[in-house]
Design a protein around this ligand. Structure first.
Ligand SMILES: O=C(O)CCC(=O)C(=O)O
Length: 400
């Protein structure tokens, strides 16, 4: 029998550097129970304007309980799942996708006019290889366009904004000004962002139920939440992809990582991806202690990927799992994705929820706001240098 080979990966999360022993076997597609598909039934139980689909059964309470239970199961295992019938229309998705492609197809000097360095909150464009999320891997071979929370676009507040509203606006109108020449860019991008925000407010209620809390437990801290929209383009690598004999792992060795191994920072992430593939999730290997393997979150039609992020892991006292993931684009064509990072109101201090603490699960974390948490994590990621990482060999006394 051929023994599997292993390597190590490191990443920063929850304030510390973590290390895992990872199989070098080629990434395999996730099985249905590893990254399950959860049907949200168009969220008919959350909106009068949404119609009840004919195949849904039971009362609204039963439907919520059924879906929350599936979400809770996924959140406590891999921390990744797909949602279908999520309520964001296909036309909203495809308009946003078209605009993302148009934006990245522009000449570099045109995109540089909207560079994120001009914005204190990071709205705008970041060029290829301008970031490195994991300092023990290569630079991130991707470009992005970031659009953060804007009160005037939030469906909860539209028409109700008063000069005294304390909600912080994290958006910059200047990014829309500088992209005016792309017809419909702001409209289509904001429509997608609004769809993600509305879906997230429904999901956060289902997460509350999954944590055995009242459904509206988090509502007061989602009135002006962290809502960071992002368009990403991972350039293709033609010279690698043409060597068709190369195995998956060989191609990766010759390809820069699209985004390095990391966990997300806020509560959860919604992700639309095109049909290129390349998103990989780190999962504990069945039957091999202390060891992990990469599984592929393969694209599924009309679905979004949802993954738990660090702040929700923290609030759930580690009951929910914020899972490491990365992207490789080993094909000649570019890969596009549209993540949306959702967190609680920037300034709201949040404690671990009471249902996740008992004698066998003592409290692990002090209260902190999602905004402060995110800022500290960003600063930590920005200032960490590769040299400051602990050598792997010193970190794993308990490996078999
Ligand atoms: O593009 C993807 O599929 C994942 C993006 C991601 O992980 C991130 O932006 O944090």
């Amino acid at each position: 029998m051929v023994e599997s080979a292993y390597t190590h990966i490191q990443w920063m999360t929850l304030g510390v550097t973590e290390t895992r022993r990872v199989s070098t076997a080629p990434t395999r597609p996730a099985a249905a129970d590893e990254i399950p598909v959860i049907d949200l039934e168009n969220l008919w139980f959350y909106g009068a304007e949404r119609t009840k689909p004919p195949d849904s059964s039971g009362s609204p309470q039963e439907a919520k309980a059924r879906i929350a239970s599936a979400i809770g199961k996924a959140a406590t295992s891999t921390g990744f799942f797909y949602v279908t019938r999520h309520g964001i229309s296909q036309s909203v998705v495809s308009n946003a996708y078209r605009q993302a492609k148009r934006f990245f197809a522009q000449p570099l000097d045109w995109k540089m006019r909207v560079h994120s360095r001009h914005d204190p909150l990071g709205n705008g464009y970041s060029p290829i290889c301008s970031g490195q999320i994991n300092k023990s891997e290569t630079k991130d071979h991707k470009e992005g366009f970031n659009f953060r929370y804007q009160l005037k676009h939030d469906p909860l507040h539209v028409g109700r904004h008063s000069a005294h509203d304390p909600a912080p606006d994290q958006g910059g109108d200047w990014i829309w000004e500088k992209t005016r020449d792309l017809d419909g860019f702001e409209n289509d991008t904001v429509a997608w962002w609004q769809g993600c925000l509305e879906l997230s407010r429904c999901l956060v209620r289902l997460f509350a139920l999954a944590l055995d809390l009242d459904e509206d437990y988090f509502d007061h801290i989602t009135t002006h939440p962290g809502s960071d929209g992002l368009y990403i383009c991972y350039p293709g690598t033609p010279e690698v992809a043409t060597k068709t004999n190369d195995k998956d792992d060989m191609r990766k060795k010759k390809t820069e990582v699209g985004i390095g191994s990391h966990t997300d920072m806020q509560c959860f992430t919604l992700l639309w991806q095109d049909d290129s593939g390349g998103l990989e999730v780190l999962k504990q290997q069945n039957g091999v202690p202390y060891s992990y393997e990469w599984i592929g979150a393969v694209p599924k039609r009309e679905s979004l990927v949802v993954n738990i992020a660090d702040f929700l892991q923290r609030l759930s006292n580690d009951r929910f799992r914020s899972t490491v993931h990365r992207v490789y684009n080993c094909q000649s064509a570019p890969r596009y994705s549209m993540p949306f990072f959702f967190g609680f109101n920037y300034d709201a201090e949040c404690a671990v929820v009471p249902t996740c603490v008992d004698e066998s699960h003592p409290l692990k974390y002090e209260p902190i706001s999602c905004g402060k948490w995110r800022d500290e994590r960003m600063e930590q990621a920005r200032t960490a240098s590769a040299a400051s990482w602990t050598p792997v060999a010193q970190q794993e006394p308990d490996l078999p």
